[in-house]
Design a protein around this ligand. Sequence first.
Ligand SMILES: Cc1cc2nc3c(=O)[nH]c(=O)nc-3n(C[C@H](O)[C@H](O)[C@H](O)COP(=O)(O)O)c2cc1C
Length: 343
Amino acid sequence: MSLQRLLNIDVPIVQAPMAGVQNWELALAVSDSGALGSIPCGMLSPDQIVSEIVEFRKHSSRPFNLNFFCHDMPTVEQQALDRWSACLQPYYNELGLVPNSTNAATRLPFSHEIADLIEPYAPAVISFHFGLPEPELLNRVKGWGSTILSSATTVAEGLWLEEQGVEAVIAQGAEAGGHRGMFLSSDLSTQVGTFALVSQLSECLSVPVIAAGGIATAKDVKAALALGAEAVQVGTSFLLCDEAKTSSIHKQALMDSDATTAVTNIFSGRPARGIRNRVMQELGDMVEEAPVFPFATSAIAPLRAAAESQGKDDFTPLWVGQNRNGCKAESASQLIKELQEGI
Ligand SMILES: Cc1cc2nc3c(=O)[nH]c(=O)nc-3n(C[C@H](O)[C@H](O)[C@H](O)COP(=O)(O)O)c2cc1C
């Protein structure tokens, strides 16, 4: 079955789920334009997840994608947290802050508890980032009839996802903004560009491939489809859309034509692409002292809040991909129209 039929969409475009910068409103605008809107749930509480689904459903019966992280939840050693605090201490001193001892996890992985809550809504599409939930939980979700997608950043990950029964693989190239979905290896040298990955995955997989990373214009969409992708997943280009909730500090940074991006683990513990800001420049993009995902976030959060209150993005994760050509203040439906010109 073609991917468009499988996802029940008219346009081969998936709006990338983007935790922290959008909610059901962007997903709704995209789904109502005939593409697939996504609701990111990775940073939401169980109640918020349900409320997002209910709000979307109040306005539309079109399909949408619910997105979850499915990382292993590690136990973090106090020593590792102390090392991270010591690394950030000069910034605490500078801002006159006292480190807080709470180290709550900011992102919880998909679980049976979340599945209990969303089961009554049987979402048409569920996408996962950082691999897949354990097989019993995955089978439970498939049992409702939800179509399952997940991100691969290497050929090995794509083959693994297909073997576990995903219905389509999102090929996330190195250009992509936000967290790298990598899960079989943590070696950043395994990460390749979108077109290299799409062309390899579409050769070796039998399930459809969705190209993600750096796709910002109709020409990029056409190129991805020519390489064998059946659809594209676009994130960065939606960041300035009317329906997104991107903060003004984030918007300002991404409109700065001199800003460069890099992959960093500073904000969460896992590699993610964003605009290089002060803390990345000073500590280095990949920092050994950053504790395991998601435990790097809580120590940096007070610094972020204090700096943002002074209008500074020194400690803000400014997730964005390498290609900002598609970022415009316009409606999501207009962006979809532009992306599908000529396909
Ligand atoms: C601000 C931002 C937040 C993101 N958050 C998520 C997320 O919550 N879940 C997810 O699966 N991918 C997330 N991603 C990655 C996207 O799914 C996708 O791989 C990426 O946006 C594609 O590349 P592009 O940004 O160049 O279009 C995020 C990307 C951005 C830019």
